[in-house]
Design a protein around this ligand. Structure first.
Ligand code: BES
Ligand code: MN
Ligand code: ZN
Length: 478
């Protein structure tokens, strides 16, 4: 779906076959069709202002969709994304190809961007492995255009870029693990324009003393890849951003093998890496004035005669020794060396993104991602990016007593706590041993990266954290 340059022309002049109009509670139709048919629909109670309500009318040769936006005070950008997705769904069902959204009066640029973002994301389909198109679903939109009294082109572009970035991350997530191997992910990173990419394989990981990452990769024949992407934006002045993503392309649990139920979902265990890759691509695409180092730790976690085992003791590249209690707590081992690497490479602000713990789903469900940080100011910035993008995060604490829980009898720390107390926090305490004192925020997206049921991302991988990272970089640039 193309997003056309926004226009100040009236919707009918755009050549759209479908015009979408939002309706707020207690307000009327701003620009009606000839004869006032839409306002008549409102008065008859057929077109309702309740949030997500839909009514359809045909006039002047096109289809008119009236979408309820609820109360104006409650209409935030997230509601705009949802309203756009709901309208998109009905439009698509009706065979619409060219859609014009009439931007409601007196909304902000953030709302405008969200309308486009929501439509672009709602139009996403993962069909790479389908032999035939699903007839029921129709062809999808050819284009979307926004019509407003003032110039909303810039906002519209920003929304389109964010939506496309999320969709790019979804493609990486949804691809099966036999296709989206660490090697394929590294190839995909090399396709990004305007950045420099370097990749370390198994021998280099071992050579560099990255004993934690290398141990996880021991059980698989697939070559692990530590992918480093550098972006040096024009006119950048701020501190060097470090994005770190967990990309376990398949997590079987290893020797501490997972139960079979839903194990296929563990192809999504690279969602953090997908978000980091797609956000980096969007940041470079926008030529944002920031400096960024993105590190993606990609490997499978499989059992085999060579696999690492519970009881093994590893040494990470910063010298910290780790007793393996559970080989299914592999993400923190991969991230340990990736974080230490980002710090060595000069990162001055860290964000890591990982499907790290099942416990985060118990704590926060699929609504908030967890955030743990050792720096209030940096944390506030990441939280703000979460609010702006709709990828909301909720902070969990660090505390010396939690840090004590990961002390090991034989090594410095251990990778899992048998009691399972505070599972998401102890995982973060573990990561914090590898951040070298650099302001750091950890995002646990295990509960929010797929099947979250949002209108613009109902099923499968949803690109979680891509838009948050992009927003964080945009704010960092400002
Ligand atoms: N990738 C999983 C976490 C996960 C679980 C993500 C379910 C999404 C859905 C991670 O590698 C893992 O297995 N974590 C363990 C840690 C435990 C052994 C300390 C967990 O959460 O059970
Ligand atoms: Mn695991
Ligand atoms: Zn995992």
């Amino acid at each position: 779906m193309d997003v056309l340059a926004a226009t100040t022309d009236a919707p009918l002049a755009t050549g759209a076959d479908t015009v979408v109009i939002g309706l707020f509670e207690g307000e009327g139709i701003a620009h009606d069709v000839e004869g006032g048919a839409l306002q008549a629909l409102v008065e008859a109670g057929e077109a309702k202002p309740g949030f997500r309500k839909l009514a359809l009318w045909h006039a002047e040769g096109v289809r008119w969709l009236v979408v309820g936006l609820g109360a104006r005070e409650a209409f935030d950008p997230e509601r705009a994304r949802v309203a756009a997705a709901v309208a998109h769904g009905r439009a698509r069902e009706l065979g619409a190809r060219r859609v014009c959204w009439e931007v409601p009066h007196k909304v902000t640029d953030a709302h405008v961007a969200a309308l486009v973002e929501g439509t672009v994301m709602a139009g996403y389909r993962y069909t790479a492995w389908k032999s035939a198109a699903d007839d029921e679903d129709g062809a999808g939109l050819e284009w979307l255009v926004l019509s407003a009294h003032h110039d909303v082109d810039e906002a519209s572009r920003r929304g389109a870029a964010a939506g496309r970035a999320a969709n790019a991350a979804r493609d990486l997530q949804n691809a099966p693990a036999n296709e989206m191997t660490p090697t394929r992910l590294a190839e995909r990173a090399r396709e990004i324009e305007g950045v420099s990419v370097s990749v370390m394989g198994r021998a280099e990981l071992v050579e560099a003393g990255m004993g934690a990452f290398a141990a996880v990769a021991q059980g698989t024949e697939e070559e692990p890849q530590l992918i480093t992407i550098r972006y040096d934006g024009p006119g950048a002045t701020g501190p060097l951003l470090g994005f770190v993503g967990k990309a376990v392309t398949f997590d079987s649990g290893g020797i501490s093998i997972k139960p079979g139920a839903k194990m296929s979902e563990m192809k999504f265990d690279m969602s953090g890496g997908a978000a980091v890759l797609a956000a980096t691509e969007a940041i470079a695409g926008e030529q944002l004035p920031v400096r960024l180092i993105a590190v993606i730790g990609a490997t499978e976690n499989l059992p085999s005669g060579r696999a690492y085992k519970p009881g093994d003791i590893l040494r990470a590249s910063n010298g910290v020794t780790i007793e393996v209690i559970n080989t299914d707590a592999e993400g923190r081992l991969v991230l340990a060396d990736c974080l230490a690497h980002a710090v060595r490479e000069g990162a001055e602000r860290l964000v890591d993104v990982a499907t790290l713990t099942g416990a985060i789903t118990s704590a926060l469900g699929s609504t908030y991602a967890g955030i743990v940080s050792d720096d209030d100011d940096w944390c506030a910035r990441v939280e703000a990016a979460g609010r702006a993008s709709g990828e909301i995060v909720w902070r969990l604490p660090l505390h010396p007593e939690y840090a004590d829980l990961i002390k090991s009898r034989y090594a410095d720390i251990m990778n899992a706590v048998e009691s399972r107390k505070a599972g998401s926090i102890t995982a973060a305490e573990f990561l914090n041993r590898f951040t070298g004192g650099v302001p750091w925020a950890h995002l646990d997206i295990a509960g929010t990266a797929w099947d979250t049921g949002r209108a613009y991302a109902p099923k499968a991988g949803n690109g979680m954290a891509t838009r948050l990272l992009l927003e964080l970089a945009r704010a960092h640039a400002a």
